[in-house]
Structure formats: C-alpha cells, structure tokens
Design a protein around this ligand. Structure first.
Ligand SMILES: [Zn+2]
Length: 466
C-alpha cells in the first residue's frame, strides 16, 4: 500500500506559508461575534480545503487498497493501519487505538438461482449476521408477499417455503424493517429462508445490511435480492408459476473478538480539556469499497484536521477525531467510547458525525431544541457559499448516540443524499461513486464549522432536556 507518503509532498509550501502568516495575526486577537464562523479564517479554511487533494487521496486508498473491512476482520486491521497513518500524516498531535469487543461474521461464498419454471441466476447478497444454509443449500418454492399485511394474511402458506418480502421502496426507515425483522417473522411460521427486496435501489443491485434474530424464532438464512429479481419472482408467483429458488450461503457467525476505535487529536491551545469530537465509522460492509458508507466520512474528518494543521490553526479547544468500529453491527464502537471516557463525557462540548455519504454538503442536523440550534447558527455562517450553512433539528448519528444520550450536543453532517441508497451497503459503493469536488466541499464545510466551534471564546450552547 502507498500509505506512507511523506506529509510534505501534499503541502503547497509557498501558498500555505503566505496564508498562515496572515492567519496567525487574525487568530491572536479576540474573536468578535462575526469572527465565530465567518471572516478571513473561515475563508482561508474553505479556500484551502477546496484546493487540497488529501481527502481524495486517502479515501481512494481506503476504498481500493484497504477494501472490505467488517468489524473484527483482517480487512479492519488493514483499515486501522490506514487510519493511524492518515491521522499522523494529517498532523494530529497524538494518535492511538482503543479496544472494542465486536461481533464477528463471515459471508463465505453465496449464490441464488431460479430453478423453476426455468433456470436463471439471481443477483443476491446475504444479510449481515445471517446464518448460512449449510453446504447443500436450500431449494424450495417461493411464497412472495408484498408487505407485513399480506404476510399476516398468508402466513399459513409459509411452511417449508422460502418467503420473499417485496415491499416497494418507500424510505430507508420503512424498508429496513424488512431487512431487520423478516427472518424471525417468517421463521415462526415454518419458513426455511427469507429473501427481501433490498432496502435501497439501483440497477439490479442487491443491498446487504445487518439483520437480527429474535430469541423465540428459529434462525433461518436471510438474503437481499435486487429490485428486479424480487419483482420477477413476485410476477411469476402471481402468474401461478410457483417459482422455486436454490439459495446457498456459507455465512457463519463467529465468537466475539477484538477490534478497536482509532483516535487522533489536535490539542487545544487554551482549553485543551474541552473536547469537540468529530467522528465517522471505519467499518464497512464487504461489498464495494465502503466509499460513501462511511469511508467518505472518515476521510472528511481526518482531512478537516489536516486542513487546520496546514494553516497552523490551533483552536482553543481540543479537536478529537474518532473513527469508530462496528457501527454496521449495531454501534459497539460508540458505546465502548463512552465507557472508556466516562470521566470526561461532560467535557465534550459538541460531537459531530458524518455518516450519510459524501455528496454535496447541505448543512447540519442538530439533536436539540430550537433555541440551541439558533445559538449554533453563527458558527456555520461562513458556509453559505458551499450551500452548507443551514442548521435544523434532526438526527445526529449512531456512533455519537451514546454521548448525545448523556447530554452532549450532537450534530449530524448532512449532504444532498437523494442518491445515497443507490450505493448504500451495495457493490456500487466504490471510489467511482465519489465526486472529488463534493468530497472537498464537505471537508471545507466540516473544517470551517469545527474550527469556529472549537475556537469560540464563548461557552457552547447546551441542549435542553428533551
Ligand atoms: Zn454508515
């Protein structure tokens, strides 16, 4: 891997030195209200980040050269090496790992095939943490249902069949319920396996993602087909042709094992004990390169730190980058972080997570009341030219969820993500799906916002009890 490129090579020494000379003078003075999130410092951050190639270089490496990285896997060990080197190259003052125990799961080989009324391959992906079929596979007639309501009406027909749930795409929150719960619901009525129309879309693209078994149901295998494959089976079924499918999955759950979060920080110059946490998750499904989910988020956060270092900007508070493990299996890294840092949770003044893809920046969602959000708005004032200055109430993130539950102000980095679920958890989530200009704009937005927050001479607003 070409991960150890000397840091000096990516700097533009003359331009940076010239910019920094002016900035030091600006930073030395007390920041007025307009200097919070706007003014020459923010402008310099944005200009530098838009021109810098660091984020795209490290994201391409992560997608192409590290590749698949399920929590607890060999790929994740490669990702840890990437994260440590990238954070050092970015100029973090200190970089370390923190142990996390994670579930472990292997996909193995897998396939699905239509065997009646004729033979044809079906593109598929086993769902994360599904059991396998055994080496001989499962061959059975398909019971195709549209949704929970139709399944409830036809549950008596499920015995000995492969049940296909084919709900039309509505939104992730609705469709992911089928991915999570279909196996146990069908298994209670004697189904041998389940297939789902994916929680996502795209031309003939299956989408994986974690599923879970309930304790009172047999653990049957579960896989995603593509939209087209699921629709074909549903049409054959409606035509009375009793489609049969052969499903072979070598998937297996292993014992929990060791993994780690990777942390790097830029220590604050005045109040180093106060922490602005910026995070993303380093684990990714073993399909594609985990480019949008969530390699991009990792690259944005590491490159935001690099941007501040390149400009010799050291904010008042500490900026701590945390690249979490096992978001995809259920947020083990986020919970472990809070346990390990129980004594300093109250000193986290804000936690920002990026986990919604690396499309053009759209602003920030804040898990707080409207007064708190209004008090944060000035910190994003400089981002208007990026289209990223809007703050609104909303979801912050899975990994920072445990911090937010303990009262830390939680913020989610938002993008124009209409196309996100074309790539999410699928073989299409590769480096090719990333627009480098959008990636750079996200680095600019995050770096400018984080600097404004971390350097604020005023206390940050605290979210009211919700
Ligand atoms: Zn994610």
């Amino acid at each position: 891997m070409s991960l150890s490129r000397p840091r000096a090579l990516r700097r533009a020494p003359f331009a940076i030195a010239a910019a920094a000379a002016g900035l030091v003078a600006v930073c030395a003075g007390a920041a007025g209200p307009t200097e919070r999130g706007a003014g020459p410092v923010a402008e310099a951050i944005i200009t530098h980040a838009l021109a810098d190639t660091f984020a795209r270089d490290i994201l391409r490496e992560l997608c192409d050269e590290v590749g698949p990285r399920l929590a607890g896997s060999e790929g994740m060990r490669r990702a840890h090496a990437w994260a440590l080197r990238s954070l050092r190259e970015a100029g973090a003052d200190s970089v370390w790992t923190e142990p996390v125990t994670v579930p472990r799961w292997e996909r193995g080989r897998e396939s699905a095939r239509l065997v009646a009324p004729y033979e044809a391959p079906l593109a598929m992906l086993g769902l994360g943490r599904s059991e396998g079929t055994g080496p001989e596979g499962i061959e059975a007639e398909v019971l195709a249902v549209r949704d929970w309501a139709e399944f409830a009406a036809r549950a008596a027909e499920a015995e000995g069949k492969i049940v296909l749930f084919a709900p039309p795409w509505q939104d992730y929150g609705t469709n992911v319920e089928y991915r999570s719960r279909a196996a146990s619901r069908a298994a209670r009525h004697g189904a041998l396996a389940v297939l789902i129309r994916p929680a996502g879309f795209g031309h003939n693209t299956p989408h994986t993602g974690v599923m879970r078994y309930e304790d009172d149901a047999p653990r049957i295998p579960a896989a995603s087909l593509t939209e087209e494959g699921a629709a074909l089976l549903a049409r054959l079924s409606r035509a009375g042709l009793a489609p049969r499918v052969e499903l072979v999955m070598e998937a297996r759950n292993l014992e929990d094992g060791p993994c780690a979060n990777v942390v790097g920080e830029l220590r604050g110059r005045e109040r180093p004990e106060e922490i602005v946490l910026v995070g993303a998750h380093l684990d990714a499904w073993d399909t594609g390169g985990g480019a949008h989910d969530d390699g991009g988020g990792c690259a944005i956060m590491v490159a935001a730190l690099a941007t501040l270092r390149d400009l010799d900007l050291r904010p008042r508070r500490t900026v701590r980058v945390v690249l979490f493990t096992s978001e995809e299996y259920g947020g083990h890294g986020g919970r472990a972080y809070v346990e390990a840092h129980a004594g300093e949770v109250a000193r986290h003044v804000l936690a920002l997570e990026s986990d919604s893809g690396t499309f053009a920046p759209a602003g920030f969602s804040v898990r707080a009341d409207s007064l708190t959000i209004a008090a944060l708005e000035s910190y994003a004032a400089s981002l208007a030219r990026l289209g990223a200055d809007s703050l609104y109430a909303g979801w912050a993130g899975v990994d920072i969820g445990p911090l937010v539950e303990q009262g830390v102000l939680g913020v989610g980095h938002r993008v124009h993500g209409d196309e996100y679920f074309r790539y999410h958890h699928s073989p299409a989530d590769t480096w090719d799906a990333v627009r480098p200009d959008d990636l750079a704009a996200n680095v600019a937005a995050v770096a400018a916002f984080v600097y404004a927050v971390a350097d604020s001479p005023d206390p940050l607003p605290r979210p009211k009890d919700r």
